[in-house]
Design a protein around this ligand. Structure first.
Ligand SMILES: NC(=O)c1ccc[n+]([C@@H]2O[C@H](COP(=O)([O-])OP(=O)(O)OC[C@H]3O[C@@H](n4cnc5c(N)ncnc54)[C@H](OP(=O)(O)O)[C@@H]3O)[C@@H](O)[C@H]2O)c1
Length: 302
């Protein structure tokens, strides 16, 4: 496939998900600067995107046979995997194929972990980072802390309340629009400017009660937070209602345990590299809640 060296081709993994979708939106702000290639493991989704005039390819991270045509001509990749231990094999095989396809830069969406952390799903992301580095492809690692969007997805606001599973411990929060804006800038400018760098994203630190107070003010209604324990999360994730893959569920519970007992107390810290890349201040939880007021109100009444 012929490519234009002045207009690098960027493949965005997870472009149908909550972060990847925003990365694409951010890249769309610079028409002509880069060629954006979307992908999905669902053929109907690929067709839907193509019918909208997008460049979209079929790519199933669980099937490396789909990597060849998806990667041909790609210069830079946003590597995002889902909530599953399969991320290890998915990333290993994708990085191998990227190397053979001549990809020059991988920007990886990882986690807010210290290098020697022992929580399983944090460790998987770190293994992936080391593997990318060993591949010889230029890399940039993003380290977002707890997504504000979790209030609408993973542990959602419902019936005027939500739950945190680390008691009253604090966690650092980041808005996905900031992750996406940082990722897009790095992908646009490329490895000469951003290769070999780590970026930490934790804008503000709050416990559940403090988050509930902000939401109550912004929504102008009483929102409460149930300060639950890691074992409550385990019960939820193994209840049969949850779609979370069992290995990831164990990692999520272990994360909460380590936040509670202090081993991962550092996730309650602020570390805000977003402005260094985007040139703008990061989104506060209050700003994010204001921007998402209607969605939060609908969720709260659900
Ligand atoms: N939640 C947090 O607070 C948090 C914090 C830090 C880091 N993270 C990390 O963020 C990542 C998840 O990001 P997200 O929340 O944006 O994910 P998400 O909304 O669940 O989206 C996952 C994306 O990956 C795609 N995908 C899944 N399996 C695939 C496969 N086999 N082949 C091709 N595409 C596949 C999905 O496509 P489909 O539409 O086909 O499903 C979807 O587009 C995880 O690695 C997690 O560890 C999360």
């Amino acid at each position: 496939m012929m490519t234009n060296p002045d207009r690098p081709t960027i493949l965005v993994l997870g472009s149908t998900g909550q972060t990847g979708r925003l990365v694409v939106e951010e890249l769309d702000r610079y028409p002509g600067a880069v060629q954006i290639r979307l992908c999905s493991r669902r053929r109907e989704e690929v067709e839907r995107l193509q019918s909208q005039g997008r460049e979209a390819v079929f790519l199933d991270l669980d099937d490396p046979r789909t990597f060849g045509s998806a990667l041909a001509g790609v210069d830079r990749i946003y590597l995002l995997t889902g909530y599953t231990v399969a991320m290890l094999v998915q990333s290993k095989t994708l990085v191998d194929a990227a190397s053979k396809a001549g990809v020059q830069h991988i920007v990886h969406q990882g986690i807010f972990g210290q290098w020697d952390c022992t929580d399983p799903h944090f460790a998987w992301h770190q293994l992936i980072e080391r593997y990318i580095e060993a591949s010889g492809i230029a890399w940039t690692h993003l380290h977002p802390n707890y997504f504000m969007e979790n209030l609408l997805s993973v542990t959602p606001l419902k019936a005027s309340s939500f739950s945190m599973y680390c008691g009253d411990k604090r966690i650092g929060w980041i808005a996905l629009q900031d992750v996406a804006a940082t990722a897009a800038t790095i992908l646009l400018k490329g490895p000469e400017k951003y290769g070999g760098k780590d970026y930490w994203m934790s804008t503000e630190s709050f416990n559940g009660a403090e988050v509930a107070a902000i939401l109550s003010e912004v929504l102008n209604q009483e929102i409460s937070c149930f300060l639950k324990q890691p074992e409550d999360l385990w019960a939820l994730l193994t209840s049969g209602e949850s779609k979370v893959e069992p290995n990831y569920a164990e990692g999520a519970v272990e994360f909460m345990r380590q936040v509670m007992d202090g081993r991962m107390g550092y996730v309650g810290s602020v570390r805000d590299d977003v402005p260094l890349v985007t040139g703008r201040t990061s989104t506060t939880l209050r700003q994010w809640a204001t921007q998402n007021r209607e969605r939060l109100r609908n969720a709260a009444t659900g």
